[in-house]
Design a protein around this ligand. Structure first.
Ligand code: MIC
Ligand code: SF4
Length: 650
């Protein structure tokens, strides 16, 4: 039987385990990427492993998230990242050079390789036929040090595309359609491969929009074959040498096949406040819009922005709309400036933002209360924009620009849309990517690390018996943005004790103790904190702070109906025990504030698949599942991945 493309790349990189579905396997990582909001922790952990120089073929550290620079913290981080990258053999993409996923696609990704990134949208690279996976920072640090990356060998969904997108319908609508089918929950352990003759009609930037938002499905990775479109893109990037065709075997067998007819698709939007709350634009048309933002790692390519510029040329956006455009990279921005498209945007009333994540991660441009904001981004979790009761719709650049002109949600097929332009040649300028120092020079090089950058505390070993309190009971689909808010707090990423003060702040009630205060109080009394949650706990970003900061506050157990892949790994890496309900109905028995007892923990973590939790006054006894690989168990017993790795290297 033939192999899927995903399994072909995995087989070629397999260093531990068997290829059977659902097995834990270890793969060799060729490339890593980190960004500044997760990167400082990655490099601090990398340093504490005494790993020296990176062992990958290529590692790149990007500055793209924390660029608003209110106070010294962000620039302190940049300086640390710049100097530690140079010393450890890592390329450094400076602030202003663009969003990590866009730049990596343009300048570094290559077919058939593996890429591990400390950002959940790393799978964007799948557009080039590479196996690109998002992970917690500690996993990335281990890969940088030459260690394998461990994952569950995924089952593969073949998404069969037929036909061709009609004018006004975009790649964004393909992934929104898939999100409406698969939703954001229940896809742990799966990966997606795009197949069928429709694939040939999609350019690499279009494919990148689709693979990027695969992160919202919660799948491990999304890939396209490397074909003539890939060759065209790499040639235009002056990287023909990186081209290599690779695809699934013709007789590859998929665990599930979903068909999408591109001709039949229509413009769509993900409505507030989840990327899978999808409706057609036809259903939403006419609603008043106050803000439109085009950008983010999902939709800020040269092709996307040229299309927008062509629509805007000679027109003015609606007076009641605030309109911003953030080009995905310096390459894109330079090209728009050189060919006059930037002037068309500015004349039309667009505010040009720098090439960074910006509003996508709540770094400014928050919408007004009670207004509708249309964004070409990938996430619209409540409050992520920086406005508490926001109303953010995720749409294609086509829908965004049509709506910015009309002041209301508008079907782009009503506009005279130009053909999507693919550049035959990109304006290459890598001068903002710094090469690492030679090994000899690196020895003498100093790393600049200001006091705002604090080495995170290590987890304590697990005791055999816990007295535990339920600090929080939260519902389904709790995202890492709920656990660890970004926006204005993002600048605290390098300082866990400070950042931990805002853990779960969306659940704090005025006049009552905060989650952080409760956690620290229990920690002092040596009572373990427990978080109880519903389905898909920890969806969204890869930020390991969503485990690291709760761990700092004394959280030792998360008990949920289900836990998302990256977050579960982060919990284990920081020695928080992930437990799942055997009977989902037991969730209803537990109340916030309940006092629990968990006994024989060590034995259970060592070799049991179930553990009993007892409510102290005898109200209930609940059986919970420990769904752990042998390696997960060893990591928990070693008090986290860092200790585990150190011990292994002794
Ligand atoms: C996001 O889109 O949520 C982020 C910010 O890029 C995160 C990473 C982070 O929290 O630093 C992600 O997607 O992993
Ligand atoms: Fe940046 Fe937004 Fe992409 Fe995350 S999703 S990497 S915040 S642009």
């Amino acid at each position: 039987m033939g192999q899927t493309l995903i399994h072909k790349i995995i087989s070629a990189h397999l260093v531990d385990g068997e290829m059977a579905a659902g097995e834990q396997i270890g793969i060799r990582i060729d490339q890593t990427l980190t960004q500044d909001a997760t990167g400082t922790t990655v490099f601090l952990l990398f340093e504490s492993m005494a790993a020296g120089r990176v062992k990958t073929d290529l590692s790149v550290s990007y500055i793209d998230h924390n660029m608003s620079q209110f106070g010294p913290e962000n620039h302190n981080d940049h300086l640390y990242l710049q100097t530690i990258a140079a010393k450890s053999g890592v390329y450094h993409s400076r602030a202003g050079n663009g969003i990590c996923h866009q730049v990596h696609l343009e300048r570094f990704g290559r077919p058939a390789a593996t890429l591990l990134g400390s950002d959940s949208h790393t799978p964007t690279g799948g557009a080039l036929g590479m196996l690109a996976i998002g992970a917690g920072g500690l996993d990335v640090a281990v890969a940088m040090a030459g260690g394998p990356f461990y994952l569950t060998n995924p089952k593969v969904i073949g998404v069969k595309l037929t036909g061709k997108l009609q004018k006004g319908v975009a790649a964004k609508d393909v992934i929104l359609k898939l999100l409406s089918i698969l939703t954001t929950k229940g896809n742990v352990g799966w990966a997606v491969e795009y197949i069928g003759e429709g694939v040939r009609t999609l350019s690499v930037p279009q494919r990148a929009t689709i693979t990027n938002m695969g992160a919202e499905l919660g799948v491990t990775a999304s890939v396209f074959a490397s074909d003539e479109q890939t060759r065209k893109f790499l040639t235009a990037q002056k990287r023909e040498k990186d081209y290599q065709p690779i695809s699934a075997d013709v007789d590859a067998k998929y665990d599930r096949v979903i068909e999408i007819e591109l001709d039949e698709l229509e413009p769509m939007a993900a409505c507030p406040s989840s990327p899978d709350n999808v409706k057609t634009i036809a259903e939403l048309a006419g609603a008043k819009v106050s803000q439109v933002v085009i950008g983010s790692c999902t939709n800020s390519s040269f092709a996307d922005l040229m299309l927008v510029a062509k629509v805007l040329k000679g027109k003015r956006i609606n007076n009641m709309v605030e309109f911003a455009i953030a080009p995905g990279s310096r390459e894109v921005l330079n090209m728009l400036a050189a060919n006059g498209a930037l002037a068309d945007m500015v004349s039309a009333g667009a505010r040009i933002l720098e090439s960074s994540c910006g509003p996508c991660i709540g770094q400014g441009f928050s919408p007004a209360d009670g207004t509708v904001s249309l964004r070409t981004f990938n996430r619209n979790f409540a409050g992520r924009s920086g406005t508490k009761n926001d109303s953010v719709y995720l749409v294609s650049p086509q829908t965004a620009v049509a709506s910015a002109l009309a002041g209301k949600i508008t079907d782009p097929r009503e506009l005279e849309l130009a053909e999507i332009i693919q550049a035959d040649e990109f304006a290459i300028d890598d001068s903002m990517v710094e090469k690492p120092l030679s090994e000899k020079d690196a020895k003498k090089a100093k790393v600049i690390r200001a006091d705002t950058i604090v080495v995170p505390e290590s987890p304590k070993p697990l005791p055999d018996k816990f007295n535990a309190d339920v600090i929080l009971k939260c519902g389904d689909k709790i995202t890492t943005d709920h656990i660890m808010p970004a926006g204005g707090f993002l600048k605290l990423r390098s300082n866990v004790p400070e950042y931990a003060k805002v853990v779960f702040n969306c659940f704090n009630e005025p006049g009552e103790k905060t989650f952080a205060e409760c956690g620290l109080e229990l920690k002092q009394k040596e009572i373990a904190g427990v978080i109880v949650a519903g389905q898909s706990y920890g969806q969204g970003s890869s930020r390991e702070h969503a485990a690291l900061c709760p761990m700092y506050l004394g959280v030792r157990v998360v008990l949920a109906k289900s836990i998302e892949r990256i977050h579960k790994a982060n919990l284990i890496n920081f020695c928080i025990v992930p437990l799942e309900f055997v009977r989902a109905a037991d969730y209803d028995k537990i109340e916030q504030g309940d006092q629990l007892e968990i006994a024989d923990l060590i034995e259970a973590v060592k070799n049991k698949n179930e553990i009993k939790i007892t409510e102290k006054s005898g109200k209930y006894e609940i059986v919970c599942k420990l769904d752990l690989s042998q390696r997960d168990r060893e990591i928990l017993l070693a008090a986290g991945l860092l200790n585990y790795t150190k011990k292994k290297n002794e």
